[in-house]
Write a protein of this length. Structure first.
Length: 395
């Protein structure tokens, strides 16, 4: 059945205020997510933060169950943390790397992830090997297979890069990792909430994601999936009295499930809102969401590419909801600022956010316009008309 877009827009207060094409930054939350957060914040104000959290124990437990349903895993394989970077870092820095180990990654790696790899390489002497892209711009699966050897300690892949429209073939990468017995860390920051994510089909050992992007959840929320047979092999880089129990003056025991990657203090209202956001996405159906997002993004690319002075820089056999482009008369920051004044939200994807990709493809800073299912073709038409007028005035 087609999505009820009128209902989706009624559920989204921001749709009456702005044309929001910055869903890859932070999507507009639906009313149920906002209501859930506000209810809990009022409870904290009325009765105290600890007491409100204790009363919300079942609701908080549901957040883990909802994420597990979305990912096709068990709730005890899920940790809820502050953001996607913290989720990714808690998994990555828990790896026991040694000199001579190799990390395989792709040119689309996000800056925060690659900086962490560089730091570990400096500390331990591991090698970072970048798998080439194929003719479509995605990670070359055949090249990845040829690069596998006994020294590969981790495959780290960004599923949907912050720029370029690309959806990397994660399941094919997962099959190679599984056959080799190598852990596979998937950054699903942009794909969670935009498309179905079944960790069994993807073959990932670990998966990190955020709440604020296509899941339409609260800022300050993220989650980490770790496959059960790997949880005990990973010692988190940070521990507290939630992640571990102090059992004797000279001894502690780490939590046996994925909660070992959490800390005790957190944004309780956000954690509740995250569970509501996942429920809301599942209610609409992630297959249906992705189908609509892809159709809207394809229309946006086509319309933007037809504008004089505009170059679209998207690649990939499969493309998602992110469209990136540059313009001749205006740089990305100037166009973003001008669009905001006309009621359109976009973002800038700087070269430094995906430096390997940017340098290989000689990309400038890019305007990033990212659509979601509550956006419309009418909004895209209006957007393109304003971009055309702004560029014409700048010449």
């Amino acid at each position: 059945m087609p999505l009820d877009i009128d209902r989706a827009r009624r559920d989204t207060p921001g749709c009456t205020e702005v044309v929001h094409f910055n869903n890859a930054g932070a999507a507009l939350p639906p009313q149920p997510v906002l209501d859930a957060q506000l209810r809990h914040l009022h409870r904290e104000a009325e009765m105290g933060g600890y007491e409100a959290a204790a009363d919300a124990e079942e609701t908080l437990a549901h957040t883990y169950a909802a994420i597990a349903t979305m990912l096709g895993c068990a709730p005890d394989e899920v940790a809820v943390v502050e953001n996607a970077t913290r989720a990714w870092d808690m998994a990555f820095y828990a790896m026991a790397f040694e000199r001579g180990d190799r990390i395989l990654t792709s040119p689309a790696s996000y800056a925060s992830n690659y900086i962490a790899m560089l730091q570990v390489a400096r500390r331990t002497g591991v090698t970072i090997d970048v798998v080439p892209r194929d003719e479509a711009g995605q990670v070359d699966v055949a090249q990845l297979a040829s690069m596998m050897d006994d020294n590969v300690a981790l495959i780290a892949l960004t599923h949907m890069p912050t720029n370029g429209g690309l959806v990397n073939p994660a399941a094919e990468v997962g099959a190679i990792a599984r056959d080799a017995g190598v852990p596979f860390l998937l950054d699903a920051c942009q794909s969670a909430g935009q498309m179905p994510l079944d960790v069994g089909a993807l073959g990932c050992t670990m998966l990190s994601a955020t709440g604020r992007k296509f899941l339409r959840g609260p800022r300050g929320t993220g989650f980490l999936y770790v496959r059960r047979d790997w949880i005990e092999r990973l010692e988190p880089p940070l521990l507290d009295l939630h992640a571990a129990t102090w059992v004797a003056p000279d001894r502690y025991e780490i939590h046996p499930d994925a909660r070992r990657f959490e800390t005790w203090e957190g944004y309780v209202a956000g954690k509740i809102g995250l569970g509501v956001a996942v429920d809301y996405a599942l209610e609409w159906g992630l297959d249906a969401i992705f189908e609509r997002v892809q159709r809207l993004a394809a229309f946006l690319r086509q319309q933007v590419a037809a504008l004089p002075g505009v170059t679209v820089h998207d690649v990939g056999r499969v493309q998602g909801g992110i469209t990136t482009f540059s313009t001749e008369p205006m740089d990305a920051a100037a166009l973003k600022h001008a669009l905001r004044a006309h009621g359109f939200n976009v973002s800038v994807s700087p070269r430094s956010s995906t430096r390997l990709d940017a340098e290989q493809r000689r990309l400038p800073d890019l305007v990033r316009a990212s659509v979601h299912y509550y956006n419309t073709r009418t909004e895209i038409d209006r957007f393109c008309a304003v971009v055309r007028d702004l560029l014409r005035a700048a010449r």
